[in-house]
Design a protein around this ligand. Sequence first.
Ligand SMILES: [Zn+2]
Ligand SMILES: [Zn+2]
Length: 348
Amino acid sequence: MKAALFTAFRSPIAVEEVAEPECPRDGAVVRVRACGVCRSDHHAWIGLDPDVSAPHVAGHEFAGVVEETGPDCRRWKKGDRVTAPFILACGECDDCRGGDPTVCNHQHVIGFTGWGAFAERLAVPHADFNLVHLPDALGFAEAAGMGCRVTTSFRALVDRAQVRPGEWVAVHGCGGVGLAAIMIATAIGARVVAIDINPEALSMAKALGAEATLDARGVADVGLAVRELTGGGAQVSLDGLGVTETFHNSVRSLRKLGRHVQIGMPLGKHMSPSVPLLEAVYSRQISILGTRGIAASRFSALLGLIEAGRLDVSKLITKRIELDGVGAAIAAMDGYTGVGITVADRIG
Ligand SMILES: [Zn+2]
Ligand SMILES: [Zn+2]
């Protein structure tokens, strides 16, 4: 089969012939129809993600059709339209059985701990637990665009921060995940202030429902500016980048008893930022919450928002490419240029 492969970190990503994936006994092989290009793929390509070793095929936001099932897979059959969370869990440990597969100790992370979905086919282990049925009305590109960024934002806002209608949500960083968060927060009736340094991203944030935007360039104290814009601070604030500065800005944006959610993955020099423990966590009683991925069982609530017409994922997709365009799309992420989500939707 064909896959977009790199043989060393930062070496050109080229479409090559690679071995077919083997179908696990309890798994399925999915023919990939679309896969989103995410900043985490860039992290994988440049060698920043500790789980990745070269040669490697990235890609973790896929949608496709079941092509083969193993003898122990019961729920799925050839032809089913599916997606899956990028954290594939074992389905059997206490965390998985307790409803928290995103912290499963036996997790397999598509496109990181193993090869990903910038390929014609992908093997999904423990398919009964991990695969998610796609409604017929949702296109493959939209479903792929939903993976990772929309699902991560949904878990951050709904499951972790438990955002309520009327609350202010500050979104620091309007890349794919930030824009997705803006759409979801708006869909559930929250008020959004979007912060970025790219005017194009801010105008897209506005178009997707942000009530206020803040261009952080030249603003000395972003947190204070957000507190002023929101009449005292946001109840919920998200760091969509995983950068020390946006983390600090996010915590500082909050009003008393506010909830910060760390969405962006902090890597390299951003792994251990200082925390204003006395001022923010102790005195203002702010919560610092983590989030990563989503449980397969939570897709139904998110798909419900989409089916009810309250969330239109297609608005996030700004570019559609072929498999051989994946390398250029990932390499372009060396800078913070471009807005919205790029999806490879002509894989095979
Ligand atoms: Zn991603
Ligand atoms: Zn597990």
